[in-house]
Design a binder for this molecule. Structure first.
Ligand code: CTP
Ligand code: CA
Length: 222
């Protein structure tokens, strides 16, 4: 069921959230993916819905229950996520790209299982579309929130992403050993064109609730 309330910070607004990893097929039984759990994206979808938004959650393969009041669209690959996002984009006020979209996919996925033969096997990877950058490039598009997972130089790399993709806001977090992916809690550095704020280490659910407050504040300035 999809319902939105007429009270709350995002009452009357439509929000599209992407979450989780994508899987890029190598052959019918193998794929390339990453360690994203989907927790942050699901927490964001839940937080927006709790604030009255009509939420569409486009999710890669994750092991998570759909938050109450959220319309979930399941996808597997980056190309499918791209298509689902643009299908649901009309009328969207906020787009939150939280998915760990695979940057590349095998250029020539095999229809049959690859047999073991030579000592080396070369895979050619081709670039996937950048969903967030495409949404941010639209005229009269939604307010865009992107994430930046970095292993170093957090603020510097995140600000480069903000400008390069021309998104309205980036929530940056350090990933790596015991941080970010697949963890219960996280901390975020949130940046926009002329400001930034730090959200300290806390559960992803509570982080999501704080983050959407920052979105609401900056959205009115857009
Ligand atoms: N993103 C996307 N589509 C892609 C790749 C990334 O929508 N094909 C979005 C992610 O959902 C995230 C943001 O872009 O909100 C940044 O993702 P990240 O992997 O940190 O940045 P990239 O631009 O892919 O750069 P790099 O991986 O080289 O750091
Ligand atoms: Ca990437």
């Amino acid at each position: 069921m999809l319902y939105s309330s007429n009270t709350g910070l995002f009452a009357g607004q439509k929000v599209v959230v992407t979450a989780g990893p994508t899987r890029e097929a190598v052959d019918p039984v193998r794929f390339i993916s990453n360690r994203s759990s989907g927790k942050m994206g699901f927490a964001l979808a839940e937080a927006f819905a709790a604030e009255g938004a009509k939420v569409v959650l486009v999710s890669g393969p994750v092991n998570m229950a759909t938050p109450a009041g959220v319309q979930r669209v399941d996808v597997v690959s980056a190309l499918q996520m791209h298509e689902a996002v643009f299908d649901h984009l009309p009328g969207t006020d906020v787009f939150a790209g939280c998915a760990a979209v695979a940057d590349y996919r095998p250029g020539n996925p095999q229809q049959q299982k690859i047999k073991k033969a030579e000592q080396q096997l070369e895979l050619t990877l081709v670039k996937n579309p950048d969903i967030l950058a495409e949404v941010a490039a639209l005229d009269d598009g939604p307010f865009t929130l992107g994430f930046a997972a970095e292993t170093r130089k957090l603020a510097e790399n995140a600000r480069i992403k903000l400008v390069r993709k021309s998104v309205d806001m980036i929530a940056a977090n350090l990933v790596g050993e015991n941080r970010g992916f697949d963890m219960e809690g996280n901390a975020l550095l949130v940046l926009w064109s002329d400001g930034e704020t730090e959200l300290p280490m806390q559960s992803k659910k509570s982080l999501a609730r704080e983050l959407i407050q920052v979105v609401a504040e900056q959205q009115v300035r857009k």
